[in-house]
Design a protein around this ligand. Structure first.
Ligand SMILES: C[S@@+](CC[C@H](N)C(=O)[O-])C[C@H]1O[C@@H](n2cnc3c(N)ncnc32)[C@H](O)[C@@H]1O
Length: 429
């Protein structure tokens, strides 16, 4: 099979010419960054060369499809590869296979553009392999155990132990793009096209451009998964209540608390992320005192009516929105992160006025970062304040016998699912 001819690239010597296929070339840069250099997809997107930045959204869509279905794509490609190609060539093949099997790119365009991504000696290989995938791939992919192949073994084992057979539905949810969820400032009318969830989130179909939603453009709404909106909801912030929001950036929960009228102090230790927190609050016209500090060492000199601790964690609950997570996290990260959460929880407890309320949350599906932390919190002098079903309409299934909240990507599956969060509420005794 003859590879398509490749015209010379234009550009003056020394200048970086715009790639012949800028979207695919940006997608390849993203996949290489995550899989070969272990950088986050978000970081990789931010560092795309300016010439490729305009192709960001389309490139992100392709790269996300590759990362979501990596195991399945590799299983389809494997029979056609006699030798291991260099990583960048393998990633170009993965992009081509994703376009053919998942993104409905016409075969000629998918094959020709991926041939263009690789050094000339590999053009014939990419052309031949992708043509075979175009012919036999759809049938081959239908026969695979995709949920299993697309989930790292250690996560499958951990989720099976924690959730039993639901591991399959969780893995299935991770293979699909997530809907766009917005939190709205109180009083904002229901945006056109939104499905209003019983807990107050405005949901739009996956692929909706946030900038095209008037409520967002007007500064009345911000992106926040339906599950991520629950911790602040359960804190029950009221006008005038003093609230410490620990580990606050980029500020989705700070915005909820400030919009409810609370007097919020947002504590965050990462200066760069504080910049994003400030920008987000300013876009929304909301106010909070922002403190750059390590929350375990912060001594404000006054106690708070309530504290929200959204602790750093493995983020395995957010895989639908961050498909790079399974490729970046390792089993050893879980105990390391869990060891950070316990001192944060102890520090948070010390900031509470007597009778004050504390909500602890992590966006993780790993019980070590959720249930185990909540159990240990009693040692910090905290008293349980169980969540009642009427507080979370339609989410009875997420409330545990202890009165904690455990959301999973397979909950509300018919409505588009939700991120995996653990939430526990306490009072200072
Ligand atoms: C899960 S994110 C918070 C998301 C945020 N609450 C929201 O709703 O947008 C965790 C944040 O905690 C910050 N962080 C981690 N350890 C911290 C510490 N010891 N003190 C303060 N902030 C910390 C991280 O930089 C990160 O921004």
């Amino acid at each position: 099979m003859k590879p398509p001819t490749r015209p010379r690239r234009s550009g003056t010597p020394g200048s970086a010419p715009r790639p012949r296929n800028p979207t695919r070339s940006a997608a390849l840069a993203l996949v290489n960054a995550v899989l070969e250099r272990h950088r986050s997809l978000e970081e990789a997107l931010d560092s795309l060369p300016a010439s490729e930045a305009r192709d960001r959204a389309a490139a992100h869509r392709i790269a996300a499809a590759v990362l979501r279905r990596l195991g399945s794509l590799d299983a389809v490609l494997e029979p056609w590869l006699r030798r291991d190609p260099p990583p960048e060539v393998r990633n170009a093949l993965r992009i081509g296979a994703a376009e053919l099997l998942l993104l409905e790119t016409p075969p000629h365009a998918a094959v020709a553009s991926c041939v263009d991504l690789v050094p000339r000696p590999f053009a014939g290989l990419v052309n031949a392999v992708l043509r075979r995938v175009a012919e036999g791939g759809p049938e081959a992919v239908a026969e695979l155990d995709g949920e299993r192949l697309d989930t790292p073994g250690w996560l499958w084992t951990a989720w099976h132990k924690a959730y039993g057979p639901a591991v399959r539905a969780i893995a299935q949810a991770h293979r699909l793009p997530a809907p766009l969820d917005l939190s709205l400032k109180p009083g904002t009318p229901t945006p056109e096209g939104a499905d209003m969830l019983p807990t107050g989130t405005a949901r739009f179909p996956a692929g909706t451009r946030i900038t095209e939603i008037p409520a967002f453009a007007e500064g009345s709404a911000w992106a926040q998964d339906a599950a991520a909106a629950l911790p602040a909801l359960l804190l029950g912030a009221r006008p005038g209540m003093t609230v410490a929001d620990l580990c606050a950036a980029p500020g989705g929960k700070t915005a909820q608390l400030a919009a409810a009228g609370a007097v919020v102090t947002a504590v965050e230790r990462d200066a760069h992320r504080i910049g994003r927190l400030r920008e987000n609050l300013s876009r929304l016209g909301l106010d909070a005192s922002i403190v750059e500090a390590d929350a375990t060492a912060w001594a404000p000199g006054a106690l708070f009516d309530a504290v929200l601790l959204d602790a750093p964690c493995s983020a395995t609950g957010t895989i639908r929105r961050h498909p790079d997570v399974p490729h970046l996290k390792r089993p050893g990260d879980i105990p390391t992160l869990a060891a950070l959460q316990a001192p944060l929880l102890a520090a948070a407890a010390k900031l509470l006025a007597p009778g004050g309320r504390l909500v602890f949350a992590t966006c993780s599906l790993q019980p070590e970062e959720g249930e185990a932390q909540a159990r240990a919190a009693f040692a910090a002098g905290l008293v349980a304040e169980p969540v009642r079903p009427e507080e979370l309409p339609g989410l009875d299934a997420a409330i545990t016998p202890e009165g904690w909240v455990r959301t999973r990507p397979d909950l509300w599956a018919e409505r588009g699912g939700m991120d995996g969060f653990f939430i526990a509420r306490f009072r200072r005794g």
